[in-house]
Design a protein around this ligand. Structure first.
Ligand SMILES: [Zn+2]
Length: 322
């Protein structure tokens, strides 16, 4: 039985990818339908609250330490295809945090990159090797310089391997987004992968958002473009990320903006500006994606503020089940 990580605090459970025998290929951290059932059992169905109940109780300070909610990030179609039927069957209403550039035909390439990595390479290490070949830079001193950061990240995100962490550092710190994507597109070309063919299969369409809303799930913000390090953006850039996201969601759901009250931080990245902006936009509940305190961010407790509620990555729970 899941005992809330021996921590005494309520939190969210964070899900991203699901796989089946069709288009949604098995990849790092993905689970299938049966795993999802088992995980819900392991967490304990009675500990899982509907999103709207979690939200109301949270606002009224009524959440108990054993209580959790399920959250789904990134508007990924496998959640609709695989997780949603189970949520409906078990009558669990959940949070769906979506970034909105996908609804304007300008998705972040994240899902395409993932699909490519999983389907065009034998394993993730073969992908990393190929990536570093295309990059063709000596990274030795970069990794040495960042050694402490790598170790710290491993503690923060235990389900990442060291090579995952190193790759993410190269992607997010060593390279600019444009440089990173240019390399990926070269790799696409090399393997004759045409990502535009996959948009509808891999990502939410507007109708998916409406369906979720009609079924009583809660839709929340997750920025417009899903930057990997939002905290590095200026105040105004961050503001437009969340304003655009809020406008899009409100328009698609045909709901006033003030009815959208929750969010999760993309890649867990935020700073003081972000929290101020979200507060001004009327957001009343925000999730981070770790279960620990970050003293360097001035945190005193795990659920540090109403915009910094902890979430457990489903991969960490999965590990504990097996
Ligand atoms: Zn995300």
């Amino acid at each position: 039985m899941y005992v809330n990580n021996n921590n005494n605090f309520f939190h969210g459970i964070m899900f991203h990818h699901f796989h089946d025998h069709g288009i949604h290929t098995k990849g790092q951290g993905s689970i299938d339908k049966d795993d999802f059932y088992k995980m819900i059992n392991f967490i304990g169905r009675n500990n899982i609250l509907d999103a709207d109940v979690f939200f109301e109780k949270f606002k009224n300070n009524k959440l108990k330490n054993n209580q959790v909610c399920l959250t789904f990030d990134d508007a990924i179609k496998c959640q609709i295809d695989i997780a949603l039927p189970i949520l409906e069957e078990l009558k669990i209403k959940s949070f769906f945090f979506v970034y909105t550039s996908i609804f304007q035909g300008k998705p972040d390439n994240l899902e395409f990159f993932r699909y490519f990595r999983i389907n065009y390479f034998k394993n993730v290490d073969e992908f990393y090797d190929s990536f570093y070949e295309f990059l063709d830079k000596d990274l030795k001193s970069f990794f040495e310089k960042n050694n402490k950061k790598i170790q710290q990240t491993k503690i923060k995100f235990p389900h990442y391997s060291i090579s995952d962490i190193k790759f993410r550092l190269v992607r997010d710190v060593f390279l600019t987004k444009v440089q990173y994507e240019d390399i990926m597109f070269l790799m696409f070309k090399d393997k004759k992968f045409n990502h535009n063919d996959f948009s509808k299969k891999l990502l939410f369409q507007k109708n998916d958002l409406k369906t979720l809303d009609n079924l009583g799930h809660l839709i929340g913000l997750h920025s417009h473009n899903h930057p990997t390090l939002l905290e590095k953006l200026t105040h105004d850039e961050q503001k437009s990320e969340y304003e655009n996201c809020l406008s899009s969601v409100s328009e698609i759901l045909d709901k006033p903006k003030n009815e959208i009250k929750c969010m999760s931080h993309p890649c867990g990245s935020y700073n003081a500006d972000t929290l101020k902006i979200l507060k001004e936009l009327g957001i009343e509940l925000g999730f981070k994606q770790i279960m620990t305190i970050e003293p360097e961010k001035g945190m005193k407790k795990v659920n540090n503020s109403f915009l910094e509620i902890a979430r457990q990555d489903h991969a960490d729970i999965f590990k504990r089940m097996n």
